[in-house]
Design a protein around this ligand. Structure first.
Ligand code: PLP
Length: 333
C-alpha cells in the first residue's frame, strides 16, 4: 500500500538536544527535548508536519483556498496561513476569542499579527458557537462564490494530518539509535490529539513500547480519550497496521495541568516557561508546552521516573504566542 504523498516544506529532521541543566536541577531522569518548534515554516511548530500532508492533499483535490479555524492565538491557524502562502493558496480562517477578558495584546499581537502578515482573510466570531461548523459555513459561502475550498479541521487533526507524527516517530527512532539512548517516555502537550495519535501509531508500527504521555490543555478528558482512540485507530488504518488489543492502555492523558481552562494562565505553566528560558535558553509557551512541561516536572517530583530513565519532551512550538501574553510575562508591568 502506498502512503499519501506529502510536501517537504517543514525543516526536518528537527534536532534532539539534552537539557542537562534542567535534568540536574530536578535530580531525576535525563531529559532530552525534540525541537519541533524548529520546523521552520511560519515560525514553526507541530502543525507543519501535519500540513506537509494536508496541503499536498489540497493540491491533489485542486483546491484554491484553504479554510481552517482556531482560537485567536491559534498556532495552527498561523502555520496554516504560512503554508497556504507558500503553496500559492488563498487562506480563509475563522477565529474565536477564547479568553473572557482578552486585552489588546491577546487580540492583535502574537499569532494574530502573523496571520495577517501571511495574507489570511480573518473572520472573527464572538465565541460560544461551534467553530468547526462555522468553518464549514464559510467554506460553503466560498463555494457559492465559485472558489474551491479545502477545509482543515481544528488543529489539523485527522488521520491524514497525524501521518506527520508517524514520520516523527520514525525520526525519533533513528535519532535515538544514533544517540545510543532509549527513551522510556515521550511527554507532550495534547490538544486536538493528532500529534499524540500519530506518535502512538508510529510507535506501534515500529514495535517501540515507550509511554507516550500527553498532558491535556483543556477540560473534558473523557471526550479527549475517545477522540484520541478514534484518531489513533484511523491513523493505524491508513498505515494498514492492525490496532493492538491493548490500545486503550497506551492512551495516556494527564488532565491536571491545564489550569482554569484552554489558553488560561496557569501559574505552574508560567513557572515552567520561565524555568526553561532561564535554565536552558529554550522558549516554551503558556498555552501548550508550558502546561506539558509543568506536568513533566510534577511527574518527576512525584517520583514517577527513576534516575536511570530517559525522557523525551516533544517541544510542539507556540512561542510566537508569548507576545500575546505580554501582561503575564512582562517584568515592567
Ligand atoms: C496545536 C498544538 C499542540 C497540540 O497538538 P494536537 O495535535 O492538537 O494535540 C501542542 N502544542 C502547540 C504549541 C500547538 O500549537
Amino acid at each position: 500500500m502506498t502512503l499519501p504523498s506529502k510536501l517537504a516544506f517543514a525543516h526536518l529532521p528537527t534536532p534532539i538536544e539534552r537539557l542537562p541543566r534542567l535534568s540536574s536541577s530536578l535530580g531525576g531522569p535525563t531529559i532530552y527535548i525534540k525541537r519541533d518548534d524548529c520546523t521552520g515554516v511560519g515560525m514553526g511548530g507541530n502543525k507543519c508536519r501535519k500540513l506537509d500532508y494536508l496541503i499536498a492533499d489540497a493540491r491533489a483535490m485542486n483546491a484554491d483556498t484553504v479554510v481552517t479555524c482556531g482560537g485567536v492565538q491559534s498556532n495552527h491557524v498561523r502555520q496554516t496561513a504560512a503554508y497556504a502562502a507558500r503553496a500559492g493558496f488563498r487562506c480563509s480562517v475563522v477565529v474565536e476569542p477564547v479568553l473572557e477578558e482578552p486585552d489588546a495584546h491577546y487580540l492583535e499581537s502574537g499569532n494574530m499579527l502573523l496571520d495577517g502578515l501571511f495574507g489570511a482573510e480573518i473572520h472573527r466570531t464572538d465565541g460560544g458557537g461551534d467553530l468547526e461548523s462555522a468553518a464549514e459555513d464559510l467554506a460553503e459561502r466560498l463555494r457559492r462564490e465559485g472558489r474551491r475550498p479545502y477545509v482543515i479541521p481544528l488543529g489539523g487533526s485527522n488521520p491524514l494530518g497525524a501521518l506527520g507524527y508517524v514520520d516523527c516517530a520514525d525520526e525519533i527512532a533513528a535519532q535515538a539509535a544514533a544517540l545510543n539512548v532509549k527513551f522510556n517516555c515521550v511527554a507532550l502537550a495534547s490538544g486536538s490529539g493528532g500529534t499524540q495519535a500519530g506518535l502512538i501509531a508510529g510507535f506501534i508500527r515500529n514495535g517501540v513500547d515507550a509511554v507516550i504521555q500527553g498532558f491535556t490543555v483543556s477540560p473534558e478528558k473523557s471526550r479527549k480519550q475517545s477522540r484520541l482512540e478514534a484518531l489513533t485507530r484511523g491513523t493505524l488504518e491508513l498505515l494498514n497496521v492492525a490496532a493492538p488489543a491493548d490500545l486503550a492502555s497506551r492512551l495516556h492523558l494527564d488532565d491536571r495541568f491545564f489550569g482554569p481552562g484552554y489558553a488560561c494562565v496557569e501559574p505552574r505553566a508560567i513557572a515552567a516557561v520561565r524555568r526553561l528560558a532561564e535554565t536552558e535558553g529554550v522558549l516554551l509557551d503558556p498555552v501548550y508546552t508550558g502546561k506539558a512541561m509543568a506536568g513533566l516536572i510534577a511527574a518527576t517530583e512525584e517520583g514517577k521516573f527513576s534516575r536511570a530513565d530517559t525522557v523525551l519532551f516533544l517541544h510542539t512550538g507556540g512561542a510566537p504566542a508569548l507576545f500575546a501574553y505580554h501582561a503575564t510575562f512582562s517584568s515592567t508591568g
